[in-house]
Write a protein that binds this ligand. Structure first.
Ligand SMILES: Nc1ncnc2c1ncn2[C@@H]1O[C@H](COP(=O)(O)OP(=O)(O)OP(=O)(O)O)[C@@H](O)[C@H]1O
Ligand SMILES: [Mg+2]
Length: 429
């Protein structure tokens, strides 16, 4: 090992694993900050073997976590600090600033985490975003849709949620209370939710995300991704595809909004994932920004479609070295998420493709016997697979055909709520 140490805040999950491998392959000792010893115990053997050391800290107490992580980092000559965990992006910015290593503006980092702060920052930076109000009680909730800037339909969401948890599209007065309860029930991964819920104007259109890397304040957009999302009150992602080529004027307008959002969130060194809706008039509305690499295998899609090694690029960015962001391939890639048709006990999964040419990534994350859910958040995914190739239409067709072959068996859980029979059919649309 020759390079300076690289510290990952929460190293669980496939994206962190890929970052750890990229760092180790470049000769950097890799360290992890984990929430509990149990969180570390859940890491796979390959990751554990890679780690040069770890610090266990309580992410629910950010001041203390900051002090403990910084003290650890100083002991081990840490030269780069990264996270792919949505809930730790603000803490990561604070750690970077304290250590003097490349990172995001610690004074603005909350704007990428707390959606009330995000709405304020977007307004201050002129980002086109849905009108948003922070509601603290039932009277505020009833009053919000009477504001002509909101109206019906509108969206209720938690201030600090992720993965679409607790987000509801409300189409009439009857849906408001249930939507508010769903948003209030979201506490955040480390129990550090911010108080209040948000009521937001509904932006109609097609959903995309823009995947970007910012180095020293200069942003490179790697790809526009089209999101497949369920309709109805609970919007859950069912797949992503990239690269999408928007009409040049629409793309330019989207990039302008995204760059304003990146500035608003203080993103100076690192990845960002900005979710936008493009309306029928071609205008772009920013729904949210995350100061991290996109989840949902979008990193794998970028790697296979564009030939960009995003993990090495993020490592270089975090070390303050120029990152290699030029595409070396001109392909296309898509991911499909497996979801359960209903809540119950998972009894079987069959027909899942095996990794093969054009199918570079297959992941099953639910085990037989697990309780599974009709999806209302991204965490209800049972697995995913990626399809790549040179022709977008062929790739999409192949992915759909492979998805149709997957069969998911779910047995009702005991109890009165489970009247429907077991299913042998599959997947959300
Ligand atoms: N203002 C809005 N107008 C239209 N649709 C919206 C709006 N806000 C949210 N949605 C829909 O709800 C989904 C989830 O909302 P949002 O992205 O704010 O939540 P999240 O928990 O941060 O999600 P994730 O972490 O999955 O990106 C969006 O992808 C979109 O489909
Ligand atoms: Mg989102």
């Amino acid at each position: 090992m020759t390079g300076r140490g690289v510290l990952l805040l929460d190293a669980g999950g496939p994206e962190s694993g890929a970052l750890a491998r990229a760092a180790a392959a470049r000769g950097h000792p890799v360290h992890a900050a984990t929430a509990t010893a149990a969180a570390y115990a859940g890491y796979g053997p390959e990751l554990k073997a890679l780690l040069a050391g770890r610090v266990v800290t309580d992410f629910a107490r950010p001041d203390r976590a900051l002090a403990e992580i910084v003290a650890y980092a100083r002991r081990y000559d840490i030269g780069a600090v990264l996270t792919v965990n949505e809930y730790l992006t603000e803490l990561t910015a604070l750690v970077c600033a304290e250590l003097g290593v490349p990172g995001n503006d610690p004074g603005r980092a909350r704007a990428a985490r707390d959606k009330a702060a995000m709405a304020e920052a977007f307004a201050a930076y002129g980002v086109r975003t849905p009108y948003t109000v922070l509601v603290r009680d039932d009277a505020g909730l009833r009053a919000a849709p009477e504001d002509p800037r909101i109206g019906f339909p509108y969206v209720v969401k938690p201030v600090s949620g992720a993965g679409s948890a607790g987000v509801t599209v409300v189409t009439g007065p009857a849906g408001a209370a249930t939507a508010a309860d769903a948003a209030r029930a979201v506490t955040g991964m480390y129990g550090s939710g911010f108080p209040g819920i948000l009521v937001q104007a509904y932006a109609a259109g097609t959903e995309y995300s823009v995947e970007s890397v910012t180095q020293g304040g200069t942003t490179t957009h790697l790809a526009v991704t089209r999101k497949r999302v369920t309709g109805g009150p609970r919007r859950v992602e069912t797949g992503h595809s990239l690269p999408i080529h928007l009409p040049p004027a629409v793309e330019a307008a989207a990039y302008r909004e995204v760059e304003a959002a990146i500035a608003a969130a203080g993103i100076r060194h690192g990845a960002s994932h900005t979710e936008v809706i493009v309306g029928a008039d071609g205008r772009c509305t920013v729904i949210e920004i995350a100061a991290r690499l996109a989840a949902g295998q979008i990193g794998v899609l970028i790697q296979h479609a564009l030939g960009i090694d995003v993990w090495t690029a993020l490592l270089d960015t975090a070390l303050g070295r120029p990152a290699e962001l030029t595409p070396t391939a001109g392909g296309y890639a898509t991911v499909r998420f497996l979801t359960s048709p209903r809540t119950g006990r998972l009894t079987s999964v069959s027909g899942l493709p095996k990794p093969q040419p054009g199918v570079p990534f297959v992941r099953r994350r639910a085990a037989i016997g697990d309780t599974v859910h009709e999806p209302s958040t991204n965490s209800h995914r049972l697995g995913s697979f990626v399809v790549t190739g040179s022709d977008a239409a062929e790739v999409e067709e192949r992915a759909d055909a492979l998805l149709r072959r997957v069969r998911i068996g779910v047995q009702p859980l005991p109890g009165p709520a489970q009247a429907r029979p077991a299913s042998t059919s599959a997947i959300a649309p």
